[in-house]
Design a binder for this molecule. Structure first.
Ligand SMILES: Nc1ncnc2c1ncn2[C@@H]1O[C@H](COP(=O)(O)OP(=O)(O)OP(=O)(O)O)[C@@H](O)[C@H]1O
Ligand SMILES: Nc1ccn([C@H]2C[C@H](O)[C@@H](COP(=O)(O)O)O2)c(=O)n1
Length: 233
């Protein structure tokens, strides 16, 4: 299945996976806007779950406690690429899920089987709805093409050199007035990729995925490349 020349989705599912900071969120939103598709940020769900656990004092070293607690928060993901966000127990979270504390803890929470089971089911339900409604959706994360929706007709593994990813992240932080040491940003990125690799395969392309290396491409060029793939060109 490919989207039509006029860009309308017709229920297409585009899976975008890749390592930390490779541009998945910015690219996925861009592709969804261009093609009139919905957008699902699965990383935001793992982050929201982690935020909730930290807020409620769950002992993250205790896998059974994390598994039990993972049933409690009410999570709802917005899928508008211009109004994205996640609601937890009625509270919309934006900056709260992008803190250093959440960055430091999210891989551990995402490594708990019960957490993944719950969130993967929610992700599949979101995709099912978009397909049934004939809209289509771009879903980004670490395991979308391999686990969440292996029948996605368009699978992309988006990567970029680690140093470039770190420099882009650094520029983003500086722009937001919270500059850090470049070396620390690089180390944090490498740490999270290594931690995530214990649960998913962020450093490898899934079978059937097209590798898009954005190291030397602008954001617009990456979006264009994926739109072209979605149109079967
Ligand atoms: N091709 C590109 N050229 C220049 N900057 C880019 C490009 N792609 C993404 N960026 C920038 O890199 C930073 C990281 O991008 P983004 O947040 O989309 O990555 P991500 O893969 O979703 O990250 P994470 O896994 O940590 O959620 C952002 O500041 C974004 O604007
Ligand atoms: N499908 C997914 C998406 C995300 N994760 C984990 C791994 C990341 O460290 C964390 C946050 O994701 P990000 O916002 O950085 O994309 O969530 C996962 O295991 N599976």
């Amino acid at each position: 299945m490919a989207v039509a020349e006029d860009g309308r989705g017709g229920g297409i599912v585009i899976a975008i996976d890749g390592p930390s900071g490779s541009g998945k969120s910015s690219t996925s939103r861009g592709v969804a806007r261009r093609l009139g598709l919905r957008y699902l940020d699965t990383g935001a769900q793992y982050r929201a779950m982690t935020w909730w656990m930290l807020e409620h004092g769950v002992d993250l070293a205790d896998g059974e406690a994390v598994a039990a607690a993972s049933l409690l928060p009410r999570l709802a993901s917005a899928t508008d690429p211009d109004g994205y966000g996640i609601t937890v127990d009625g509270r919309v979270l934006v900056d709260e899920i992008r803190t250093g504390a959440v960055d430091a803890a999210v891989s551990k929470v995402a490594g708990v089987r019960a957490v993944r089971t719950r969130l993967i089911e929610a992700q599949r339900e979101c995709v099912r709805t978009a397909v049934a409604e004939g809209v289509g959706i771009v879903v980004e994360g670490r395991d979308i093409a391999e686990v969440v929706w292996p029948i996605a007709p368009v699978k992309v593994y988006l990567t970029a050199d680690q140093a470039v990813r770190a420099a882009r992240r650094e520029a983003e932080h500086a722009g937001a007035g919270r500059g850090t040491e470049a070396a620390a940003t690089l180390a944090e990125l490498a740490r999270r990729d290594a931690e995530d690799a214990k649960t998913t395969r962020p450093l490898d392309a899934a079978p059937g995925a097209v590798v898009v290396d954005g190291t030397h491409l602008s954001l617009d060029e990456v979006v264009e490349e994926i739109v072209r793939l979605a149109k079967g060109q």
